[in-house]
Write a new protein. Structure first.
Length: 149
């Protein structure tokens, strides 16, 4: 199975099994959206949300480090129209969740936590596949350059 599809399918499971969770996206340290699933019909500007969310998460992680609180796992914000959570998945990936106003945050957090290891494992597989692909490309380029000499 395609690793990206597998990550998407995990997000689908999270959305289906987590009441109140309206939108879930996985973003990397650059703000790039790796996967996205929504119950909502509204269109979100994913790259902007991913970049802002990761910047906030990195800033909060730095603050926690400065006051020696340990690693950051979860950020929660409440707005008049709903709630936003940022959940650490790996060192450089977070899950961004949009939650309905009446949702129980602890239940949503628990629902997401059930799948963090599964998502993290898929991210590691994706990184490994990308590294192998880069090494193959590099080797092929070196072979072509050697033939030109």
């Amino acid at each position: 199975m395609d690793i990206s599809l597998s990550i998407h399918n995990i997000l689908v499971k999270i959305i289906k099994n987590t009441p109140g969770l309206q939108h879930a996206m996985l973003t990397d340290s650059t703000g790039l959206t790796l996967a996205n699933v929504t119950r909502s019909s509204s269109i979100l500007e994913l790259e902007g949300i991913g970049a802002l969310s990761m910047a906030l998460f990195i800033g909060m992680r730095q603050q926690g480090s400065e006051v020696q609180l340990g690693s950051l796992g979860f950020i929660f914000s409440e707005f008049s129209g709903g709630k936003l959570i940022l959940q650490s998945i790996s060192e450089d990936c977070i899950l961004v969740g949009v939650i309905s106003q009446n949702a129980n945050v602890q239940k949503v957090k628990k629902g997401i936590n059930r799948y963090t290891t599964e998502i993290s494992d898929q991210i590691n597989l994706l990184r490994t596949a990308q590294t192998v692909e880069e090494n193959i490309s590099k080797s092929l380029l070196e072979d072509v350059l050697a033939e030109l000499d």
